[in-house]
Design a protein around this ligand. Sequence first.
Ligand code: NAD
Ligand code: DAU
Length: 355
Amino acid sequence: MTILVTGGAGFIGSNFVLDWLAESAEPVVNLDKLTYAGNLQNLASIADDSRHRFVQGDIGDYEQVSQLLQQHQIRAVVNFAAESHVDRSIHGPEDFIQTNIVGSFRLLEAVRHYWNALPSDAKAEFRFLHVSTDEVYGSLEQTDPPFAETNQYQPNSPYSASKAASDHLVRAYHHTYGLPVLTTNCSNNYGPYHFPEKLIPLCIQNALAGKPLPIYGDGQQIRDWLYVKDHCSAIRRVLAAGKIGEVYNVGGWNEKANLDVVHTLCAILDQLKPRADGLPYASQISYVTDRPGHDRRYAIDAGKLERELGWKPAETFESGIRKTVQWYLDHQDWVGNVLSGDYQSWMAKNYSGRI
Ligand code: NAD
Ligand code: DAU
C-alpha cells in the first residue's frame, strides 16, 4: 500500500509527509513541481528513508500522474499542490488558474481513469483527499457565526476563487463519476517550514533582521490559527475515517487579529532573543497600505470533525506560536537558504508600492 502526496515539498505538505512517515509504515510517493514554494530541504531528515520517493513533476501532467498511480499501485491521493499566497494571486493570477484549477482537473482525470480500472476491492478502498481552505467561504462580519461546511461559497481573491473552483470539481467528480473523495477546508496554518512570505514567518524574520513588520491596513483583520501538525493529524483522521463525499472544516478555535498576532511574536522574541539595543521588537511595527479586497474575518467551526471523527487540535495558539518562534530561531540556516533572488524580487514587488 502506498499513498501519493502532491505538493509535499511545500509548507503543509512537507510537514504531512514527515508526520506520516513518523506515524505509519506506509510508503509515500511525493509529487511536487518545486515552484519557489517547494523546498527539498524541508525533507532532508527523510533523505535516506526508503519509504519516501520524491518525484519532481506537475499535477497537471496527466501522463506522469497516470504512470505514478499505476507504477506504485496508489491506494490514496492527498492533494496539497497549489499556488497558495493571496498577495501573489493579486499580482499575477495566471499560475493560480493553471495549477489550482487546470492542474486539479487533470489530476482528477488521471485519478478517475486509474480508479475506474481498479479491481472492486481496491476501488472500494481508494480515497482522493483534497486539501482546501476556509477562504472559499468569503469574509465574516464580527458577529457572524464561524464557517460551517454548509456555508455558501463566496471567494473574494483570485487565490480563493481558484481553490473554490477546485473544490467544486472534486465535488462534481464524486457526484458524477462516483470518485471516492474527501475535502478538508482549513484555517490559517503556522509552524515549521512556513515560507517567509506569509505573515508569521515574515514578521519573525523581519524582526530578527531589524526590518519593519508590515501590517496591512489597521491590522484588525481576524484569522483562525492552527498549528500545522494539528492540520496534518486532522487530514490523517479524515483519510482514515471520513465519510466519502463529505467536507470537513479544520480549525484551531483561535481567532486572533493580525496586530495581536504580531505583538505576541514580538513579546516572545523579546524573551528569547532580546534586541541588542534593549528596545522591544514591537517598535518595528509599521502600518502599510492594505491588501486589495482584504477579507476582514475568517473563523472555522470544526465541530463536525470533532463530533463525527473525534479530532481536536493538540496545540493552543500560545503553545504553538512559542514552538514556532523557537523553531525559526533554531533554523536560521533554513531561512537563509530560502531567501533567494526570487524571494528578494517578490518582496520588492509586494512592499515597495505600499506606504
Ligand atoms: P505552499 O505554497 O507552501 O506549497 C505548495 C507546494 O505545491 C509547493 O511545494 C509547490 O512546489 C507545489 N506545487 C505548486 N504547483 C504545483 C503543481 N502544478 N504540481 C505539483 N506541485 C505543485 O502551500 P501550503 O501553505 O503548504 O498549502 C498547501 C495546501 O493547503 C494548498 O492547497 C493550500 O491551498 C492549502 N491550505 C493552506 C493553508 C495555509 O495556511 N497555508 C490553509 C488551508 C489550506
Ligand atoms: O485561511 C487560510 C489561508 O491562510 C490559506 O488558504 C492560504 O494559503 C494562506 O496563505 C493563508 O492566507 P492569508 O492571506 O490569511 O495569509 P497571510 O499570511 O498572507 O496573511 C495573514 C493575514 O496577515 C492577512 O489578513 C493579511 C495580513 N498580512 C499579511 C502579510 C504577508 C499583513 O498584515 N502583512 C503582511 O505583510
